[in-house]
Design a protein around this ligand. Sequence first.
Ligand code: BES
Ligand code: MN
Ligand code: ZN
Length: 500
Amino acid sequence: MDIQTSTENLFDHKADTYIVYLPTNNRPLSGETAIADQQLRGAISQARVNKLFHGKSGHFLEFPTPTRSKAKRIIVLEIEDKPDEININLLRTFMGTFSRQVRATKTDHVVMAPPAGAWKSLSDSDYGLAVAEGLILGLYKFNEHHTKKDTASKFDVTLLAKSRSQLAAISDGVTKGKILAESTNSARTLGNQPANFMTPTLMAQNAESLANKYNLECQVIEQDEAEQLGMGSYLSVAHGSVEPPKFIILKYHGLPRHGNYLTLIGKGITFDTGGISLKPAAGMEAMKWDMSGAAVVINAIAAIAQLKPKINVMAIAPCTENMPSGSATKPGDVFYAMDGQSIEVANTDAEGRLVLADGIAYARKNGATRIIDVATLTGAMGIALGNVRVGGFSNNTRLWNEFENASSATGEKYWRLPLDKEYHDQIKSDVADIKNTGGRGAGSITAAKFLEAFAGDTPWIHLDIAGVMNVNSTNGEWVKGMAGIPLRTLVQLALNRARS
Ligand code: BES
Ligand code: MN
Ligand code: ZN
């Protein structure tokens, strides 16, 4: 999909479909809608009189145009006229749903009248951002492995503006929205690929090609080098797999000097069987999404590289499968992380925290001054917060507040959970410094406490995305399959930090 902007008059545009807006109250028609009504010889007014409109935002009627029109049809989209209730998150969701309805009308080029009605209460750049994100996220489809593709049509969109200055603001929003939504869709595709099409090796190739495309520094630490670096915790997860593990590092330099990295670390388990602590068979296929964190941080830094903020960012994705085999880690085994801490692996299914421990340790040794890790870490997270909010943890309230602030206009939702020191008692080990499970109570918190032991005094946030890693039914900008949370919040945080 291509999204253009233009100041040309709607009815001078040669296109397939025009979109005009109808307020749901009974106000007289105005602007483009009034002109469309004239062209259609009062058909819109008549439809209103005949109560064919539903009086609900998002509902629309399609009118075939008279012979002289430069378009084939006019879609009249209803918008509730309640400016106080309209915000950027609602418009994005609304456009997500609308995008699929428009696709179903089999059009190839849509021109949208300038923002009207309640939408005018948004800034022009927020309007452009929300429309671009809603359309691109909403139309996402993963159908690579369907050999008989449904012929869902693709369409281009032109957004109209009333003035040059409005055009500039809308275009700014569209440009940013495109980058954010397309990066989210790329992350979604990494996750939606079955695990045999997204091994650690393929994750690394993908990161390398993004690095080439967007001029990022890329380094992939292979197994032998990881051994030399002492990444025993990360490597312990890979012992059972025939797929070589890949520890991926990407760097973006927006400042003249290297260092002082805002560091994004993503859990990259390309498939989680549980290892010797094997998971039950039912639903195990969902564990192809256990690399969602890695997919998000890799594509977040690619988006940052396109937006070019003045800040240094590092993305780290420790990638491996978690498999059972004769060489796999056994429950009770002890390993040493890169920072020297010893870990008793009480349960091989608590592998995410093991790869993140070395991810965090590596980051701290290599110039990270702020760390945000993103991980499908605990099933308990989905029990606590369901699939609505991401659970967040932090050792630094200032950083957390910045993060929450960055999230407010993204439609991605978070909730901070506690890290009281008492919870640490649950992960004390008889044989090592720490163990990787904390029993039944507060499973998400004890997982976070484990990570906190590696973050030390570096300002750090842990985001447990297990509950929201995938969407079960398509709605708004959310399409069934991998969600792509928290990519847009991470990018916004980097932009905000660069500005302040
Ligand atoms: N990848 C899983 C967590 C998960 C479960 C993510 C469901 C998304 C949906 C993680 O590696 C795991 O297995 N965690 C265990 C930890 C336990 C053994 C302490 C869990 O949550 O059961
Ligand atoms: Mn697991
Ligand atoms: Zn896992």
